[in-house]
Design a protein around this ligand. Structure first.
Ligand code: NAD
Ligand code: ZN
Length: 353
């Protein structure tokens, strides 16, 4: 079968591989919609998780099941499914005792596609533990909306969850690409009062307002910490979600969050050995400011919740899609867009049906 792969750090291209085989609990899925991601760019072009050779890329897919293992109970060939980016091994002890996304076999190992096994940018891909990782896609949700569930929605919302956004509280979202836009929507869903969105591109700013931002801060107009402090009478905000930009954005989050405030980081820092925490901004270590950084939750239950949110009209993630390509080949053009990031791109999809 054909797949679009990381050949080595800095290089991606088409390769041929054997079609994957399903174990007893697994499924083989053919893609219906695929979404290239900024994380694929960190992986290939920044070598953020180290060297990989001929590893098929992609972790955001909607698909149709073509084969199931003998022990799969709830799915059958032909079913249309949402496939989460993160597919933990739910039958392992570490998953039972810890954070599923982290504890399949160690840090980040719930993240399998295009990390430790071939990803979804192929004619077929393998899904471990199908009953616990796949979710049936109901009628009435478009492929474009659905394609935002495996990563963009669950990640952005997790930023709001990790920042522990409280009803009526002030929130700042730093970075409003597709992930940050879903973080804005997540803060709104959790009942935030004022929501600052830090961004500059006109289409992202307009969409941030649609998803619930009340104030826009442009990082190109000077220090964003000063701008947020100015707007809050020097107090800062209760919660910050970091969803884009260089490591300095983490330091800015610490500086703009109130003492006792909470930061949720979903940014994937692609370069450098350490991350900055400003000493004074962190009260010399004593300001009760907490920083949580996490991988998006995956699994069937999480995807069913994403489906519920869309089905019941709470959030329309389809608005993120700015570019559409046809066929598997479309992932190459989509990835090129994520690499070059022209001003009008928020999220591309490749549609195979
Ligand atoms: P994106 O590049 O489309 O969006 C990031 C935004 O940040 C851009 O709009 C950019 O203009 C903006 N930005 C750049 N510098 C900035 C600055 N100094 N201050 C404020 N904003 C700045 O990326 P995305 O697809 O929205 O993803 C965001 C991040 O989340 C990426 O690092 C991605 O790899 C990561 N990610 C993490 C997870 C996870 O599970 N934690 C999942 C998916 C993506
Ligand atoms: Zn992604």
């Amino acid at each position: 079968m054909k797949g679009f792969a990381m050949l080595k750090i800095g290089e991606a291209g088409w390769i041929e591989k054997e079609k994957p085989v399903a174990g007893p609990y697994d499924a083989i899925v053919a893609p219906l919609a695929l979404a290239p991601c900024t994380s694929d760019i960190h992986t290939v072009y920044e070598g953020a998780i180290g060297e990989r050779s001929n590893l098929i890329l992609g972790h955001e897919a909607i698909g149709r099941i073509v084969e199931i293992g003998k022990k799969v109970k709830d799915f059958k060939p032909g079913d249309r499914v949402v496939v989460p980016a993160i597919t933990p091994e739910w039958r392992t002890l570490p998953v039972q005792l810890g954070v599923p996304a982290q504890h399949s076999e160690g840090m980040l190992t719930g993240w399998k596609f295009s990390n430790d096994k071939d990803g979804v940018f192929a004619e077929y891909f393998h899904v471990n533990d199908a009953d616990m990782n796949l979710a049936l896609l109901p009628d009435g949700i478009t492929l474009e909306q659905a394609a935002m569930m495996p990563d963009m929605m669950t990640t952005g919302f997790h930023g709001a969850e990790m920042a522990q956004v409280q009803i009526g509280a002030d929130v700042c979202v730093i970075g409003i690409g597709p992930v940050g836009l879903m973080a804005v929507a997540g803060a709104e869903l959790r009942g935030a009062g004022r929501i600052f969105a830090v961004g500059s591109r006109p289409n992202c700013v307009a969409l941030a307002r649609e998803y619930g931002a009340t104030d826009i801060i442009n990082y190109k107009n000077g220090d964003i910490v000063a701008q947020v402090l100015d707007a809050t009478k020097g107090l800062g905000v209760d919660h910050v979600i970091v969803a884009g930009g260089p490591p300095q954005t983490l330091a800015q989050a610490v500086d703009m969050v109130k003492p006792g405030g909470v930061i949720g980081n979903i940014n994937y820092f692609g370069v450098g050995d350490t991350l900055p925490i400003p000493r004074l901004g962190w009260g010399c270590g004593m300001a009760h400011k907490s920083v949580h950084g996490g991988l998006c939750p995956g699994g069937r239950g999480r995807m069913e919740r994403m489906i519920s949110i869309v089905r019941h009209g709470r959030v329309d993630p389809g608005k993120l899609v700015t570019h559409r390509f046809t066929g598997l080949e479309g992932v190459e053009a989509g990835l090129a867009l994520m690499k070059d990031k022209p001003a009008d791109v928020i999220k591309p999809v490749a549609l195979l049906e």
